[in-house]
Ligand binder design. Structure first.
Ligand code: ZN
Length: 267
């Protein structure tokens, strides 16, 4: 008996391990083919644009860099360095990171009921200032989005390659009128991260296009036209992931429009 007992024990342990092995095997998922991402953005381009050169936009410099994003900053050259606005040095830092610096007039003047000379002063002189700082200013944004035929003509005469409005987006990727680029609704204090990425999803679902986002301030509850810092960073991280995994493209306005840097024009 003493001889057989260890053998029985051995058989028992062997069966026990065999059963454990079977159950472990059963719980291991069967190998599957890699699944396609449920959402892709191969037909959509996003541009991040910041109007006015508000000082607090400098806060997101690192978030842009960390997420391999380059934005377009439409600055008001007559206000650089004033209280609440970016300094020339800060704008140079942003440009050095690969961000685009565009024009937004000399004094943020609404381009309405102005003489041709006044239009050229606001638009051409602003652009000359930006060029003199070393910024290749090729993109413009209309203050308050206002534009009429005279304003659109002046922007072209001053040597810009495009001009952005504030409404009616998304734009098509071959814009019908580069001097009246359509944009997504303003990002305001109430715009959630979910709403921001749904804008992108909806553009793709509708066949794709160019979603130009308009930001102003970056702060918590400091202004109606503001995005809070954490929401922006979350959106930046999401955009980066979609670029890496799901075919999304994020470009500056100039990277979409292209064209030469035209010489500055004296007002
Ligand atoms: Zn503005």
């Amino acid at each position: 008996m003493k001889i057989y007992f260890p053998q029985k024990t051995f058989i028992f342990i062997f069966i026990a391990f065999y059963l454990i092995g079977c159950s472990a095997e059963a719980s291991t998922p069967a190998p599957t083919k890699p699944t396609k991402p449920s959402v892709s953005y191969f037909n959509t381009t996003v541009s991040l644009t910041f109007d006015d050169g508000d000082a607090d936009t400098y806060l997101i410099r690192d978030a842009l860099k960390a997420n391999n994003l380059r934005a377009t900053f439409y600055v008001i050259s007559g206000k650089l360095g004033e209280d609440g606005f970016l300094t020339e040095e800060q704008v140079k830092d942003l440009a050095a990171d690969g961000n685009e610096i565009g024009g937004h007039t000399l004094n943020h003047t609404k381009l309405q009921n102005l003489s041709e000379a006044e239009l050229r002063q606001e638009i051409c002189q602003d652009r000359l200032n930006l060029l003199s700082y070393g910024f290749e200013a090729v993109s413009f944004a209309y203050p308050y989005g206002y534009h009429d035929a005279a304003a659109r003509q002046a922007v072209q005469d001053c040597g810009y390659n495009s001009a952005r409005t504030v409404a009616d987006g998304p734009e098509s990727l071959a814009p019908l009128n580069p001097f009246a680029l359509k944009a997504m609704p303003f990002i305001v204090q109430d715009t959630t991260f979910a709403k921001m990425f749904r804008y992108v999803q909806d553009v793709e679902a509708d066949g794709g296009g160019w979603a130009i986002f308009i930001f102003h301030h970056v702060c918590d509850d400091c202004d109606q036209f503001a995005v809070d810092y954490d929401t922006f960073v979350k959106f930046a991280e999401w955009l980066n992931q979609q670029q890496i995994n799901n075919g999304l493209t994020v470009k500056t306005v100039n990277e979409v429009i292209g064209g030469e840097v035209q010489p500055g024009v004296t007002p």
